[in-house]
Design a protein around this ligand. Structure first.
Ligand code: C2E
Ligand code: MG
Ligand code: MG
Ligand code: MG
Length: 289
């Protein structure tokens, strides 16, 4: 019920209002019970082949529908949840829902991959590998369909408690690969790419480099060098934030493999995402007749 109330109100608070310390601390308290009150939902945004726009996978993104504040943006509440530690439970919920759905979709003969977002705190949990092992035992995946998106922040190992290399090896054994998120916006990204290259399957180019790519030759230069770097390292590239056909075409010409953005679809409730995939399959069949 709370969930529906949150959705129907849909009043979006401005960023400044969330700067309000009072609201922040209220949100932090509300986060503690958000999951058990079913206020957190998992949305899937399609990842598509740049060539023809066909859906090849998705990114799982969470949404919080607060009964009073309405839809709270993840940029705001994930940062708060990192401060309180609640992010671990939220990310595991998103992960479990994603694996469940991937398990179901593979039974329907689709070959989609799915990615989830992790933050440094997730990587610092000593039981992370056990948790993943458990989920993947309950909902086995026949191919390496699950990927974890991390930013360079997770590779730095701030606390010094985690042996990142060992952890990535364990994840690899479970068939889980790494995608580098928001590539190009952090620090010394290249050294992490070098250190962990064998575990990284995808580089996600931040929206910042895609937005003005038609006008800005610097963006073209940067994106095409990221693409050639990725090719040389046997990784694929996902361009984030594609909003126009012109951007898609330009990226196709640069040899970019995958894209994500409002052009194809916004993040969707899981059922709507599955309908979109199903309608695409029907279209594919029609074109073969
Ligand atoms: P991100 O991982 O880089 O996710 C991509 C963001 O870009 C999403 O915002 C998505 O809705 C947005 N986006 C996609 N295509 C377009 C486009 O064409 N135009 C524009 N303007 N935006 C586009 P969202 O869902 O608001 O998430 C924001 C950030 O919050 C994410 O950035 C991620 O860092 C974090 N986040 C979201 N869900 C989770 C989660 O379950 N766990 C964790 N730890 N972080 C999450
Ligand atoms: Mg992401
Ligand atoms: Mg991203
Ligand atoms: Mg981003």
């Amino acid at each position: 019920q709370a969930k529906n109330a949150g959705k129907s109100q849909f009043k979006t608070f401005s960023a400044e209002m969330f700067e309000d310390l009072m609201i922040k601390s209220r949100l932090k308290t509300a986060l503690k019970t958000a999951l058990e009150n079913n206020e957190v939902q998992v949305y899937f945004q399609p990842i598509f082949a740049i060539e023809d726009g066909s859906i090849v996978g998705f990114e799982a993104l969470c949404r919080w529908f607060h009964p009073e504040y309405g839809a709270v943006r993840p940029d705001i509440f994930i940062a708060l949840a990192e401060e309180t530690g609640d992010v671990v439970e939220i990310d595991r919920f998103v992960l479990t829902e994603t694996v469940k759905k991937l398990h179901k979709l593979q039974g329907q003969n689709t070959r989609l991959f799915g990615t989830v977002n992790f933050c440094p705190l997730d990587f610092e949990q000593p039981d992370l590998v056990d948790y993943l092992d458990n989920v993947l035992t309950r909902y086995p995946l026949t191919e390496n369909r699950l990927e974890i998106e991390v930013t360079e922040r997770s590779m730095i190992n701030e606390s010094g408690n985690t042996n990142i290399n060992l952890l990535l090896e364990e994840l690899e054994k479970l068939g889980v690969k790494i995608a580098i998120d928001d590539f190009g916006t952090g620090y010394s990204a290249l050294s992490y790419v070098k250190s962990y290259r064998e575990f990284i399957s995808k580089i996600k180019v931040d929206r910042l480099f895609v937005r003005d790519i038609e006008q800005d030759s610097a963006d073209v230069a940067l994106v095409s060098s990221i693409i050639s770097m990725a090719k040389g390292l046997d990784m694929t590239v996902v361009a984030e934030g594609i909003e126009t056909v012109q951007q898609q075409d330009l990226l196709a010409n640069l040899g970019c493999q995958y894209g994500q953005g409002y052009l194809i679809s916004k993040p969707l409730p899981i059922d709507e995402f599955c309908q979109l995939v199903a309608s695409q399959k029907v279209q594919d069949n029609v074109s073969f007749i």
